[in-house]
Structures are given as structure tokens and as C-alpha cells.
Design a protein around this ligand. Structure first.
Ligand SMILES: [Fe+2]
Ligand SMILES: [Fe+2]
Length: 248
């Protein structure tokens, strides 16, 4: 039994493709075929695959039907975390979403799922992504302060949701955690954040995140070990569509 993760499938079987580079960039071209093949090679029915957000370009459930069916047909148990592009997923309607897609898919929000003696916890997260203003040397010398103060509110809301997820697991008796976020836990200005603080406070073994696309963004946040926690970036294009094994 193994736990795998990957994010940012950005499927568009039925919807308008909003990132045209998916048609011709080497890593993105027909990625859904390569990803499916990799999953079938790697993942067995007893394994768990956590999909870390940005599942579909669809604007609502009607436009996501085929994308969610594609995910349902992948091997193993599938747990989904919400991404910033997942317009089909209204947090307040997560219960209905789970009812509709059970047992094929589990939409994780304000709750937890078990994996061996670990609790899988998580939320979308958020981080301030600029715009940043650079000098001639490419150093950050300023940023959009209005956007930053708006981001702070979203970060606070997501921190509350993340704690709810941890607390639901604690209430059920879990003491070990794997934490998932769609957004990176820190932005390029930060060494730590409310999300890294929560991960440390609750004693998460690992923090798994996605959202960062392209070589210039892959190293925006923490990777590897920090304060006893393993940080993994699992954007699909970063992993070249091969799910990352988080643990056995
Ligand atoms: Fe994405
Ligand atoms: Fe994203």
C-alpha cells in the first residue's frame, strides 16, 4: 500500500482551455495520456492518490463531467484537494459533491481521510503572488500593497480551514498527519508562514503542495527537509506527470 500525490492536471475535455501552452509545450502536450499511462504502471488498487488541486478548466460541474470521469477511472483511491482554478467546487457544497461522486472520488475540505495510522489533512491554502516590482538586477524592490492586504484575508480564511481539517483528525484520535495544500506554503518573500507554523504546531510529517508551473516558478517555496518536516512540490509538469510516492 502506497500514498502518491500529484497536482495541476488542468484537464479540459469539455471546457475552454485557458492556458494555450498546454497544446504545444513539450511537458503539457497530450499530458492526460502520459499521466494515465504512468498511473496505470505505478498505482495499484490498494494505493491512494491525492490530487492536489487545479483538476479542471471547467467553469462549473457541467463542464467538468468528463474530467472527473477521467480521474475516477484512474487506479487506486482518489482524494481531491481544491485548487484556485476549480470553479466547479464551492466549499459550501462539498458535502453534496461527495454524495454525488462517492465512492469514486473523495473531495477533502474541513475534514480528513485516513491512510494507515496517518490522517490526510489539507485545504487550498493561499499566498501573495505579487505583482512584485524588480530593479535592474532582478531584485524585488516593491509589491502591490492592495493585493497583499487582500491576500492576507484569504490566507487567514484558509488557515482556519486547515486547522479545522487537523482538528477533525485529532478528534478522531489521529496523532500523525500528512498535510496537503494547493498553493505553496510560502511565497518568494517568506521563509515561514501561517501554514508552515500550523504544520509545525500539529507535527505534520510532510507538507505536499502544487500550483507552481514552469522552471521559473518551481523553486518559489520550500523543498526538502525544514524543521523536521519534508516539503514536496508535486505540480504535474514538475513531476513530468509521474505521481510522487509520499510514503509506503
Ligand atoms: Fe495550476
Ligand atoms: Fe493553481
Amino acid at each position: 500500500m502506497s500514498l502518491y500525490a500529484i497536482g495541476d492536471l488542468h484537464l479540459h475535455f469539455q471546457s475552454e482551455l485557458k492556458a494555450r501552452n498546454q497544446l504545444y509545450d513539450r511537458v503539457w502536450k497530450k499530458h492526460e495520456i502520459r499521466f494515465k499511462r504512468n498511473c496505470e504502471k505505478l498505482i495499484r488498487s490498494e494505493d491512494t492518490l491525492v490530487l492536489v488541486g487545479d483538476h479542471s478548466w471547467g467553469r462549473d460541474l457541467d463542464e467538468c463531467g468528463k474530467d472527473l470521469l477521467y480521474i475516477s477511472d484512474l487506479p487506486g483511491r482518489k482524494i481531491l484537494i481544491r485548487g484556485n482554478h476549480d470553479m466547479f467546487w464551492d466549499v459550501k457544497k462539498t458535502v453534496a459533491l461527495n454524495e454525488q461522486f462517492r465512492p469514486a472520488l473523495t473531495f477533502l475540505q474541513d475534514s480528513f481521510e485516513s491512510y494507515r495510522d496517518y490522517a490526510i489533512v489539507g485545504t487550498k491554502g493561499f499566498t501573495f503572488e505579487g505583482p512584485f516590482y524588480l530593479d535592474h538586477f532582478g531584485r524585488i524592490v516593491g509589491w502591490d500593497e492592495a493585493k497583499e492586504s487582500h491576500a492576507k484575508k484569504l490566507v487567514e480564511r484558509e488557515a482556519v480551514r486547515l486547522k479545522k481539517s487537523f482538528d477533525s483528525a485529532i478528534e478522531a484520535g489521529y496523532k500523525k498527519f500528512i498535510m496537503f495544500l494547493h498553493y505553496p506554503p510560502t511565497n518568494i518573500l517568506e521563509e515561514k508562514s501561517v501554514f508552515t507554523d500550523i504544520a509545525e504546531e500539529y507535527g505534520a510529517k510532510a507538507v505536499v503542495y502544487a500550483h507552481c508551473h514552469g522552471e521559473s516558478r518551481f523553486h518559489d517555496s520550500i523543498e526538502g527537509e525544514r524543521n523536521g518536516i519534508e516539503y514536496h512540490l508535486v505540480s504535474g509538469d514538475y513531476l513530468n506527470w509521474k505521481p510522487l510516492k509520499i510514503m509506503d
